[in-house]
Design a protein around this ligand. Sequence first.
Ligand code: PMP
Ligand code: GLU
Length: 395
Amino acid sequence: MNAVLSERINNLAVSQTLAMAALARELKAQGKDIISLSLGEPDFNTPDFIKEAAKQAIDDNFSTYSPVDGYADLKQSISAKFKRDNNLDYKPSQIVVSTGAKQALYNIAQVMLNEGDEVILPAPYWVSYYEIIKLSGGVPIEVPTSVASNFKITPDQLENAITPKTKMMWFSSPCNPSGSVYSEAELKALANVLKKYPSIYVVSDEIYEHINYTNSYCSIGAIDGMENNTITVNGVSKAFAMTGWRIGYIGAPEFIAKACTKIQGQVTSGANSIAQRATKAAVEADPSVINYMVEAFKNRRQLVYNLLSEIPGFKLTLPEGAFYFLPDVSAYFGKTIKGKEIKDANDFAMFLLAEANVATVTGEAFGNPNCIRLSYATSEELLKEAIKRIKEVLQ
Ligand code: PMP
Ligand code: GLU
């Protein structure tokens, strides 16, 4: 607490994914042999055709301010991508390009929420949803799930969470941190509840859309009757290994897109011009161009599943998408190992860092206090070594 700083910032939690990644980096710099499974970012390079588009953009002098909501031809390409991959009908006027999906989410919260508005968050949820909603005056309402329900909520749970104050529901599928993917039937069942409450808006975060090991993908906004109540969030960070380029985008009802543009115009202006040109190449490409990455993630998923399953007390699901495992490690709570008392998931994650030199993220950051999150966006060799170390310190 610092009295000079605003209440707003004093009440804001640090992003625990970024904090754990920073701590792992710091320990590494001190010479410790840390394996970081903390940050969710692909360990691949950005594909060459995207890098070429960026180089071309520099040579073509894309060096001035871009339109606040993104280049017109990029929005056209995103509109076509939404139709091609998601059967979503967003006109370019319904699209806003931002500095990462993170800014897109922040814009949405800022333009949609008034003080006290409730936002339903199926838990586990992505770490930043909670704080972004709070920062914007909203009240996150967590709906818990567990390994037993494959970390998915049921229509009844959703209906029970709705109150007269409910303004929105935010979720990701494939889910960060659980890897769960809602099927079309499951989404239709949730949509049937939501359609009874036309004042509720849904944020569907589809940034892991292409990192999906099931044979199908459904966007909730493409379900009949949901088109006017859904804001679809996506970006190039994960699918195209472009986390540092910082481009995300939304498709939304036009008045919401306009509002997001208005706030962005006061806060950051248009997103990076070169990165937007690179993004155009990425979204225009057939998604099969990243099959080699998805295949690698899929193989690692099986490897990690097999290895984690051998650790006593770890309860897990086989994730259907993204690149995370979220094992329930609550069997260890209340135990003392190597002289360290493990009360909760925070202690467990810190114990693994100190004793096994493996960085993970506590499930508390994602609204599931029984779990820890491991990212498998790293080499098979490091994954094997990391899980071997975890197994050994727990023996
Ligand atoms: N949503 C989810 C579910 C994520 O995992 C991430 C990863 N950082 C983001 C949004 C933000 O992505 P970015 O800002 O890199 O586009
Ligand atoms: N989304 C990634 C994660 O969950 C990146 C970190 C972040 O932006 O918080 O690890």
